[in-house]
Write a protein that binds this ligand. Structure first.
Ligand code: ZN
Length: 244
């Protein structure tokens, strides 16, 4: 633990973080207590005790959202003031940039709950993406890294077009789509009707696998401090189907 704390402090200093994040992390129990008393409906939740409970919190939020029973928790001015002191998001989300898949809404969470990295196609090859997730794990202590793909993903569709039709994409759009091509190739035997679904699922799995090989991720998983999970969001129902 001492070594872990030390690494966090070093990283925090390197990233220009002064006491804010690190000090407030230690005092979050007290902050939650204050907010619980102040924020009537619903009260803020304590930081999950385990990665499994953190994942269950995400799942419960999505169940509420998909059932039309979203609580929109921890989004008021009390929470605003609370998280201004520092953040400790319980989960990091790697999701597509698609406007229909905003993680805070689809998982029914509030300010300071999720550390979200969004990139079209939710791929985990760009060092800025990986580094952002490493930050969530190593510095702010998120307990879950969740890769969230979705149905009818334009980036996956574009990758299929590039792979099967040789389509050329303008500007840097091709660079965004390129990391999805291995997923398309891996399921290329799939019938055309199911190719998009198969490639979308494979793309999420590949992102999970590649994140699992990142040293900071692997170390945290081995220490029981982190879960890598993934799923696909269904646009028409609002439900996430989990892959792990
Ligand atoms: Zn998408």
């Amino acid at each position: 633990m001492a070594e872990q704390r030390s690494r966090r402090e070093v990283l925090g200093a390197a990233l220009g973080l002064t006491g804010g994040v690190l000090a407030s992390t230690a005092g979050l129990g007290a902050l939650d207590d204050v907010a619980a008393a102040a924020d009537a409906a619903p009260p803020p939740q304590r930081f999950p005790k385990s990665p499994e409970l953190a994942l269950e919190r995400l799942k419960a939020g999505n169940r509420r959202f998909a059932a039309g029973k979203a609580r929109k928790p921890r989004q008021g001015t009390k929470r605003l003031v609370q998280v201004a002191e520092g953040q400790r998001p319980f989960a990091a989300i790697l999701s597509c940039s698609d406007s229909r898949v905003p993680p805070e809404i689809t998982f029914d969470q509030g300010l300071g709950d999720l550390f979200v990295v969004r990139i079209a196609g939710n791929t985990a090859t760009d060092p800025f993406v990986i580094g952002s997730l490493e930050y969530a794990i190593e510095v702010v202590g998120s307990l879950v890294v969740f890769v969230l793909g979705h149905s009818e993903c334009g980036a996956v569709k574009a990758a299929i077009d590039v792979e099967t039709k040789g389509t050329t994409l303008p500007g840097d759009i091709g660079a965004v789509v390129q990391p999805i091509l291995p997923a398309v190739q891996a399921v290329s035997g799939t019938t055309s009707g199911g190719l998009l679904e198969a490639a979308t699922e494979e793309n999420v799995k590949m992102a999970m696998e590649s994140l699992g090989q990142v040293q900071i991720v692997a170390d945290a998983v081995a220490a029981g401090k982190l879960l890598v999970a993934g799923g696909e969001y269904e646009l028409a129902t609002g439900r996430v189907d989990y892959l792990s």
